[in-house]
Design a protein around this ligand. Structure first.
Ligand SMILES: Cc1cc2nc3c(=O)[nH]c(=O)nc-3n(C[C@H](O)[C@H](O)[C@H](O)COP(=O)(O)OP(=O)(O)OC[C@H]3O[C@@H](n4cnc5c(N)ncnc54)[C@H](O)[C@@H]3O)c2cc1C
Length: 392
């Protein structure tokens, strides 16, 4: 390590303290590595997300991104393993963050949608998922809270939910105890390779380190530019809602075969309603604003599927940023910068967070990870990659 400069030196710098950067920092510290995690936010990472554990393909991708479906189908084993990675994290932290893998149901309210679910179920079964169709004669008996309009659904046993607020908070607290230095409200503006070390400049100070992990979500593209590399990251503003607490009556994650919706009830009794409804970023303040039409559209869809939600008070609606690339995770390094690792999760990125971190740790340690595929490599952006279309 260079000793002639007045700056902070360490082995590893992780840029971004969301679920991906947070897990990477923690896992490195467990291997007795010296780690600094830098995040521009006060509370790092988008734990404003819904906490749904997604495994089956989300219907919005069939509608918006039919050109990516083959790719997403190939990734299903990665999503299935991601649930196991959450279980491993929960055991390591020894904290109950309300991780419940009770399954998820994607419902249909007409025969055409049910036909679509049959086809999807067939393909997902072939890809190794534990999925089945529940038909109309059974569905209301098993899930009496569903609307009479529902004519069937695809049940995926691997899906579930967790409380992201508790998960991210406990991950940070335990990481600090494990020796990770967490720098909040600090933004990395520049990365450069200087004499076999990485020089990192933030708005507050300078660092030198041996290895850099860029897990900055939608901020990754800008940082990649410092290395003359193009990773097209987009910040997709989305909104979520939470109702008042009621006695537990929705034990599983609910989605729809055609419409954008996720809803689930967490242990406290609150119902979280989301599913990818667009918000907007105010150009002047850079703050997220909720779109009236999204708010009403999202709630109307929820009440349509689970009518008793219509009687509940809405407690809060809030927005967050979903980092988007091409739907696939971006994991690994690029030629010429072997000690810089990019770590952006693919679609439903919170689900993938701990597994993406495990893969990065194995790549750093030059260890084979059976769930890593070369199609996750950032080098794909050197070629013509398929773009992801977003809801507007
Ligand atoms: C409303 C909403 C609901 C969602 N619901 C779900 C869900 O139910 N299930 C699911 O699987 N996924 C969900 N997602 C997606 C999921 O939240 C994200 O994919 C995931 O959190 C991304 O994690 P990350 O660690 O890669 O990035 P982030 O959580 O975005 O963290 C990146 C961090 O990097 C920091 N950063 C960026 N640039 C810099 C810089 N230059 N210097 C320093 N720090 C920097 C940022 O401050 C940020 O804290 C949802 C997203 C939203 C917005």
């Amino acid at each position: 390590m260079n000793s002639n400069h007045k700056s902070v030196d360490c082995d590893y710098i992780v840029i971004g303290g969301g679920i991906v950067g947070g897990c990477i920092s923690y896992y490195l510290s467990r291997q007795n590595k010296e780690v600094i995690c830098i995040d521009s936010g006060e509370f790092s990472g988008s734990y404003s997300n819904a906490g749904s554990i997604h495994v089956q393909l989300q219907s919005r991708n069939f509608r918006l991104n039919p050109h990516l479906i083959d790719n997403l189908l190939e990734n299903l084993p990665f999503y299935k393993e991601a649930v196991s990675a959450w279980n491993r994290l929960s055991l390591m932290l020894n904290v109950d963050f309300d991780l419940r893998v009770n399954g998820g149901l994607m419902v249909a309210d007409n025969e055409e949608q049910l036909k679509f679910l049959y086809k999807k179920c067939h393909e997902e079964k072939a890809a190794g998922l534990d999925v089945e169709i529940i038909e109309s004669n059974k569905i209301k008996k098993v899930y009496p809270f569903l609307s009479d309009k529902v004519v069937g659904g695809e049940f995926c046993a691997h899906e579930g939910k967790l409380n992201p607020l508790v998960a991210n908070k406990s991950l940070q607290e335990i990481s600090l105890r494990s020796g990770v230095k967490i720098m909040k409200c600090e933004t990395v503006n520049h990365i450069e390779l200087k004499n076999n070390e990485y020089y990192i400049k933030t708005n507050l100070r300078e660092y030198y380190c041996e290895k850099v992990i860029i897990a900055a979500g939608s901020g990754t593209g800008k940082l990649a530019e410092c290395l003359n590399f193009n990773i097209p990251t987009v910040a997709e503003p989305l909104h979520m809602n939470v109702t008042e607490k009621v006695k537990m009556f929705i034990p599983i994650l609910i989605q729809h075969a055609e419409r954008s919706i996720t809803l689930k009830q967490i242990s406290s009794g609150n119902i979280i309603i989301g599913g990818g409804w667009p918000a907007r970023i105010d150009e002047r303040t850079n703050k997220i604003q909720i779109k009236r039409e999204s708010l009403f559209g999202n709630l109307r869809t929820a009440v349509d599927l689970v009518p008793s939600i219509g009687k509940l008070k809405l407690l809060r609606t809030w927005g967050g940023i979903n980092p988007i690339t091409d739907g696939n995770s971006v994991l690994g390094n690029i030629k010429g910068y072997e000690n810089v690792f990019f770590a952006i999760p693919g679609d439903a990125g919170y689900t993938l967070g701990p597994l993406c971190a495990e893969v990065i740790i194995d790549l750093i340690n030059s260890k084979k990870n059976e769930f890593y595929s070369s199609k996750f490599s950032p080098e794909r952006f050197l070629k013509n990659h398929k773009k992801m279309i977003l809801e507007n």
